[in-house]
Design a protein around this ligand. Structure first.
Ligand SMILES: Cc1ncc(COP(=O)(O)O)c(C=O)c1O
Length: 320
């Protein structure tokens, strides 16, 4: 087995916190505490990816995401912290009053190219084009795919389980996270097998439909197993996609969900974001907490700067 090296730029370990909401007790792994500028799950993947970028002598990192991409913001901030420049391809439009992650991308000095939804479908080609343009100018760059989800990036969530297990004091049956590009769930699936921990991975799909996400997660895991020569086999029954919690679309959120986010904030002091963790928590509450299946750990994967881009929705829900 080959274990890749990483930078140590995230605040780890993150706490495992016991929380009470609506008289239901459960545990949240606070990956929103990985750092202020880097906050969320992406920095765990970036520790591996940016180590590799540095090792390969890159001067730039190039990545992509939605206009409010947490991954893009974390990449840009982390790149700045180690002296690399960044270029990001964002699905969306420039805004005079850029908010949330888009605003931060500007503050951290990213070069931004805006693309539309159709172009985003071929984003890997556009990323390659950017790399070649830089190469034409004699600049060596490092490509990071959507969400940092590659065979190397997902080591962040293999390491996550190694970190979590000593924090857990009672038997757990599973871990639930929001799932976008699928890397977080893929890392957890591998980790469970690698460390021989009998748990199920629950992925709440917020971006891709169920089968597409399932295939993405399984192929990410399989590629990683192959590339790093891991002696294990993934069982697809260890993965469950919880669907139906983002029918309003990736960039939208229903008032009902925002109301739960506001209630959680008021009862626990924990803030959830409108794209990932708010939807995942809504699913977790409905499917697990309401059935007293609370031995499943909820991962708070961050995303908090996205709250500011949706402040009107939060206020509207508060005003009834
Ligand atoms: C806050 C947050 N939670 C969860 C996810 C999903 O992680 P993954 O892309 O690894 O599925 C992302 C990224 O897309 C995110 O920004």
């Amino acid at each position: 087995m080959i274990i890749p090296s990483r930078l140590e730029i995230a605040n780890l370990p993150t706490p495992l916190q016991k929380v009470k909401y609506d008289n239901k007790s459960f545990f949240i792994k606070r990956d929103d505490f990985t750092g202020l500028e880097f906050s969320g799950n992406k920095i765990r993947k970036l520790e591996y990816l940016l180590y590799d970028a540095k090792k390969k002598g890159a001067k730039y990192v190039i990545t992509c995401g939605g206009e409010q991409s947490n991954h893009a913001r974390a990449t840009v901030a982390a790149a700045a912290s180690i002296g690399l420049k960044s270029k990001v391809l964002l699905w969306g439009n420039d805004r005079k009053t850029a908010d949330g992650n888009l605003f931060l991308n500007k503050v951290f000095g990213a070069e931004i190219r805006y693309i539309n939804k159709k172009e985003f479908l071929n984003v890997d080609e556009l990323l390659m084009e950017e790399k070649e343009t830089l190469l034409g100018k004699g600049i060596n760059s490092y490509l990071i795919p959507e969400g940092g989800s590659s065979s190397l990036g997902i080591w962040g969530y293999i390491k996550f389980l190694e970190e979590l297990m000593p924090q857990v004091k009672t038997k757990i049956d599973g871990i639930l996270t929001a799932s976008g590009s699928g890397g977080t769930s893929a890392g957890l699936l591998i980790a469970a097998k690698l460390f021989k921990i009998n748990i199920k991975v629950f992925a709440v799909n917020v971006l891709y439909e169920k089968n597409k996400l399932k295939n993405r997660i399984l192929s990410l895991a399989e590629n990683c197993i192959r590339e790093f020569n891991l002696k294990l086999t993934i069982n697809e029954n260890d993965l469950e996609i919880i669907e139906g919690y983002s029918e309003e679309g990736y960039k939208n959120i229903t008032k009902e969900k925002i109301s739960v986010i506001n209630e959680v904030a008021q009862q626990t002091g924990i803030l959830l974001d409108p794209t990932y963790t708010g939807k995942a928590f809504f699913a977790y509450n409905e499917q697990f907490l309401n059935n007293s299946k609370s031995n499943i750990i909820f991962v708070h994967t961050g995303g908090l700067f996205g709250v500011f881009a949706k402040r009107k929705n939060y206020l509207d829900a508060l005003n009834g």
